[in-house]
Design a protein around this ligand. Sequence first.
Ligand SMILES: NC(=O)c1ccc[n+]([C@@H]2O[C@H](COP(=O)([O-])OP(=O)(O)OC[C@H]3O[C@@H](n4cnc5c(N)ncnc54)[C@H](O)[C@@H]3O)[C@@H](O)[C@H]2O)c1
Length: 270
Amino acid sequence: MFRIGIVGTGAIGKEIARAIDSGIVPAKLEAIWDRDEEEAKSFAATLKSKPKVLPLKELVEESNFVVEAASQAAVKEVGIAALGAGRSVMIMSVGALADKELLERLRSLAKNCHCSIYVPSGAVCGLDGVKSASIARIDTVTITTRKPREGLRGAPFIVKNNIDIDKITEPTTIYTGPASVAIKEFPANVNVAASLSLVGIGFDRTIVNVVVDPTIKRNIHEIEVKGEFGELKTHVENVPSGFNPKTSYLAALSAIATLKQVCEPLKIGT
Ligand SMILES: NC(=O)c1ccc[n+]([C@@H]2O[C@H](COP(=O)([O-])OP(=O)(O)OC[C@H]3O[C@@H](n4cnc5c(N)ncnc54)[C@H](O)[C@@H]3O)[C@@H](O)[C@H]2O)c1
């Protein structure tokens, strides 16, 4: 039986916790942790399974699978603590893995401790196809992310360049460039670009367009890939999470589906 510990009980962490609590994921919700401990305690009290609220070290000791759903900054601490203790992890703040040194450190910890690092597809569709295509030659990968103003407000790129997001009245591309840069400039927004880079041709060759679109209510991600296999295009219109407008609901569902796959014997999809 998987005994899951979740670090970060915001929009995604809560959805995952509820899915385990209600039996959608066949596992036990052992413990949760959030830097806002009081909020984590009151959330734990709403769940049937009444998970313990434990700081990272204790959470890792009590669980046998750890979910990071906190922040890019938390990935290092959570990944090292969990993998070092032989626990597999699922990482939601995928942008952190653009740090090659950290990625290699986590990879070798996982290898030495015989455990795994899971990265869900998140709010995009088509990673299965890109993963297959990457076995042969891929020439180009582009992801265009369109979000309403609220989904991009406060991003470092917007603040640094004094972009007055409220004055944008029509769809406007504010960034075009490599995923390696986009991940730092839009840390809460382009985890999807990170997953795509990891599965495809890397952070430097994956091109990201970020569009502020005041005419839409959904977060839209479009992927285009060309290579030896042919061409692939995907388009997904995401309903934002009711708890965090920067996060798409599908990202939480994708995390739940990944956990379900980890816990079940039948694994479908590339
Ligand atoms: N992979 C994807 O497709 C995808 C999609 C959306 C969001 N994300 C990422 O997943 C993460 C969670 O997203 P969310 O929408 O739930 O965010 P959120 O802001 O709603 O919740 C994050 C929670 O983590 C807590 N937290 C932050 N740092 C912590 C730490 N070091 N230790 C303990 N708790 C900590 C915060 O207090 C907060 O409650 C974010 O990093 C986000 O960028 C990934």
